[in-house]
Design a protein around this ligand. Structure first.
Ligand code: KIV
Length: 271
């Protein structure tokens, strides 16, 4: 057997097959080369270059300020690291809403300049024309329903969405529409678990939940949250796998001590 075992890439068709056989899909965000490489070698299925980069990389309060050029910069770094995962890139605020021509142009720039494999956008029927037009260029599109952070000023809070029947019915109709238009998957953010179950059962394409319970076809978390690099964000759905804030802070304090005590560098650490 060859030592260089060929890596089978995750495609939108692979994801569809995973749903069909009941295999859950694991997705995380990443925004840079080093962490994307770790995720890819660990076997993550989808890497989302999320516009949450606006929060966790740039320190903005919302996802609105990040630009298309900045998203492309992050996406290109991630793509350079990835050999297996599907890389999906968020269309940032202002790069697709209300203008399907702009949506297509923005998506083409992302694909051409970063080498990513798909784009994601937020909303249902309102962005239907954009979804259709992007798909005409052969660019795979992922939807995003429920809590849609680019519309935070419309809703005013980051609380659970679609708890009322009318909003739940609209979300279900939007999900069915996005599937009909040709989306290959839909992120469901912060909605009741029983609604995510209904949506996931009615769709053939996979749903990826964040705060949407165990019945979604896959799960996504923001990498910086699940690694504990952020420390002031404690929603119920977030499972922290590490406390990297404390670990890194401890290492940095140790380094400072070593430098101040003239312990670093030692004899073996110099030329
Ligand atoms: O930008 C992002 O990180 C996202 C996830 C929360 C799904 O859209």
């Amino acid at each position: 057997m060859s030592a260089n075992k060929e890596i089978k890439r995750i495609t939108t068709h692979v994801l569809q097959a995973m749903k069909a056989r009941g295999e859950k899909i694991a997705m995380l965000t990443a925004y840079d080369f080093s962490l994307a490489r770790i995720l890819d070698e660990a076997g993550i299925d989808i890497i989302l270059v999320g516009d949450s980069a606006s929060n966790v990389m740039a320190g903005h309060e919302t996802t609105l300020p990040i630009t298309l050029n900045q998203m492309i910069y992050h996406a290109a770094a991630v793509v350079r690291a990835v050999k297996r995962a599907l890389v999906v890139v968020d269309l940032p605020f202002g790069s697709y809403q209300g203008n399907s021509k702009l949506a297509l142009e923005s998506s083409i720039r992302i694909m051409k300049e970063s080498g990513a494999h798909a784009v994601k956008l937020e909303g249902g029927a309102e962005v239907g024309d954009s979804v259709k037009r992007i798909l005409t260029a052969g660019i795979p599109v992922m939807g995003h329903l429920g809590l849609i952070p680019q519309s935070i000023y419309k809703f005013g809070t980051y609380t659970v969405r679609a708890k009322e029947e009318q909003e739940a019915e609209k979300l279900l109709a939007d999900a069915l529409l996005l599937e009909k238009l040709g989306c290959f998957g839909i992120v469901l953010e912060k909605i009741p678990a029983n609604l995510a179950k209904r949506v996931s059962e009615q769709l053939e394409i996979p749903t990826i939940g964040i705060g949407a319970g165990q019945h979604a076809d896959g799960q996504v978390l923001v990498l910086h949250d699940m690694l504990g690099l952020t420390k002031d964000f404690h929603p119920r759905f977030l499972r922290r796998y590490l406390d990297l804030f404390s670990t890194i802070q401890g290492a940095v304090q140790h380094y400072i001590e070593d430098v101040k005590n003239k312990d670093f560098p030692n004899d073996k650490e110099q030329y």
